[in-house]
Each structure stands twice: as C-alpha cells, then as structure tokens.
Design a protein around this ligand. Structure first.
Ligand code: UDP
Length: 331
C-alpha cells in the first residue's frame, strides 16, 4: 500500500516525500506544478500531474494506486497574497480539500494528515500558543486552514475519515546535502530572501515593520526545520493507522526569533554583510507567533532534531549555494 502526498513537488512536500522514501514507504505524488517543481519530485516516487480540485484526476489516481493514507500539503500559503486574493485561497484550499475528501470517500481511504498553520490563531491570546487557544485568523490564509480543520470534524463523524491537522509555525531550512530546498516564484519568505541578499541576487532586505509590540519592534516567529516537520507527518499517519482519534498539533521549536535576529543569524552563517532597511508593515502579520509543541512531543513522540536557528539557516544556505537559481539549476 502507498502513501499519497498531495503537493509533493512543493517545498514542504518534496522534503516529505524524501523522508517517506528514506523510511521505506511506497510513495505517490500528485501535484499540478502551479508552484511546485517537477525536478523536486523524488525519482522513486510515482508522479501524477494534476489538480486536487479535479475529481476525475483523483478518481483515476485512486483507481490505479492502492492508497492507504493521504498527506495533504497541496495548498496556497502566502499571507500577503491571501490578503489580496482571498477567493483564490478559499477556492484552492477549502474546495480542494472538499474534492479530495470526496474522492477519498469514494475510494475508501480512511486517513489524512494535512497542513494547517499558526495563522489559524490570529493575534494569539498568550505566548507560547497552545492548541486549544482562541483562533481568530487575521489573514484569509489562516481562515482557509481553520475552515479545513472544521470540515474534518463533520467528515469524520459522517464518513469515518480520520485526520490529523498539523499547525506549522515557520518551516525553514533544507535537506542538509542541499539537494532539495525552497524555491518560490516570487519568493516572499524571510530566510530565502535574506539568503538572496547574501548571494548578491537582491540589493537589500526590507524588514516589514519595526513598531510591533516585541523586544526589538520586529515580528517574532518560531522556525522549525523542514525535515523535523516531515517526521511529524509520518508519526501522525502511523498514529491514525494505530486507531487513535483525530487530533490537532502545533509544530514549532518553541523558541521565537525576531526578524532582526534572523538577519543577524544569517550574517553569522554566511559571513556576508546583508544590507537591510525598515519598510512599512505587511498586512496580516501578528506581533509574535511561538508554539507550545509539547502535545506533539508527548502524544506523537515527536523529537525534532534541529534546535539551533543557525544550523537551520546553514542548511538553507547550502541549498542556496548549490542551486543559486533553485530548480532551474537542476533541469
Ligand atoms: N518579512 C520581512 N521581509 C521580507 C519577508 C518577510 O520582514 O522580505 C517578515 C514578515 O513580515 C514576517 C516574517 O518575516 O514578520 C516571516 O514572514 P514569512 O513570509 O517568512 O512567513 P509567514 O510568517 O508569513 O508564514
């Protein structure tokens, strides 16, 4: 039996597939390559190019493959874009989830582990954030993910499809050998942009706002290594297969770094000056997002390996140095 990774050509998906294959799973990837890369798909995974909003595409895939569980990471995830194009986010993320669940129901697939986000919390009521804390998203990306979580509750009751939602904080880094990594067009995420400046591909970093309610005025985020994230999905899938109930878990390092601290850490790792300037706030950014991830550690037995931000940035820098133009350098 195989695991289907929806969105397996993306940044998180490609690391997910790599980890599954390393652990001996048979892996099928579905991706429409709208933001993912064909070159990011592991050569040992069976690749189906198509859209998870396309019921016929999914029915054909489930007919050909013996899928036991789905890891669903096929979603749009950019906060600024979600503020400008909310309908694009509800269409892809919410409708995509519904069409996927309907196809799973027809095919009799009972387990789904899917990407949720710290953005479901909005401006958190306390730091670190616990799973049961208030959820009032302040961007449509977070709202779309919260809707996906709510949908699962009813689908489980009616259709017996069990789920784990994993609320990621900030995914960062790359496989240590630099063979796969982050490559978005356009790039909007802090660490890859900082490294673009370090590599001389961009003049300077714009720090979006320095008047937030944090120690240095810049946003504080919780960065978690991409392979530690991937491992949590495997644990969650096995947890469901063992018959445990559906649940939701935060995935973070439980340590916050301000945007200025990330810049300083990157200067240290790369040995480059990395010019930066303060720019206006970006819409939809809460002051601080830091996870309490003790539930994932206790219930799933999750044990993240990367606990140092410089080590995480180092892996992203290795990828950047080996592939200055991302996957364009690999095809
Ligand atoms: N950020 C920034 N300059 C950039 C890109 C991002 O100051 O060029 C900030 C952003 O406002 C946020 C943090 O970096 O405070 C992390 O943003 P990112 O887009 O990497 O992840 P998100 O938290 O939105 O998932």
């Amino acid at each position: 039996m195989a695991v289907l990774v929806a969105g397996g050509a993306g940044y998180i998906g490609s690391h997910m597939v790599d980890r599954l294959i390393e652990k001996g799973y048979d892996v099928v990837v579905a991706d429409n390559l709208s933001t993912g890369h064909r070159a990011a798909v592991h050569p040992q995974a069976r690749f189906y190019e198509g859209d998870t909003r396309d019921a016929q595409f999914l029915d054909d895939l489930f007919a050909k493959e013996d899928i036991e569980a789905v890891i669903h990471m096929d979603a749009f995830s950019l906060v600024p874009e979600s503020m400008k194009k909310p309908l694009k986010y509800f269409d892809n993320n919410v409708i995509g989830m519904i069409v996927l669940l309907e196809a799973m129901q027809r095919a009799g697939v009972k387990y789904v582990v899917f990407s949720s986000t710290a953005a479901t919390y909005g401006n958190p009521e306390r730091i670190p954030i616990h799973e049961a804390d208030r959820k009032e998203p302040i961007n449509s990306y977070g709202e779309s993910k919260l809707m996906m979580e709510h949908i699962m509750k009813w689908v489980e009751q009616a259709d017996g499809i069990h789920s784990v939602a994993l609320r990621y904080f900030n995914a960062a880094g790359a496989k240590a050998d630099g063979s796969i990594g982050e490559d978005h067009h356009p790039e909007t995420h802090l660490i890859p942009i900082v490294l673009k400046v370090a590599a001389g591909q961009q003049d300077r970093l714009k720090i979006f706002g320095d008047d937030y309610d944090t120690t240095d005025g810049t946003n504080v985020r919780d960065y978690i290594h991409i392979l530690d994230l991937a491992d949590a999905h495997i644990l969650a899938m096995e947890y469901l297969k063992q018959g445990h109930p559906s649940d939701v878990f935060n995935l973070g390092s439980s340590t916050g770094f301000s945007n200025r601290e990330i810049l300083e850490a990157a200067r240290k790792v790369t040995g480059k000056e990395i010019p930066a300037e303060v720019a206006p706030r970006r819409g939809g950014d809460p002051d601080t997002l830091v996870a309490d991830s003790s539930k994932a550690r206790e219930v799933l037995g999750w044990n993240p390996q990367y606990d140092n931000i410089e080590d995480i940035i180092k892996t992203a820098w290795t990828w950047k140095q080996k592939h200055p133009n991302g996957y364009a350098d690999r095809s």
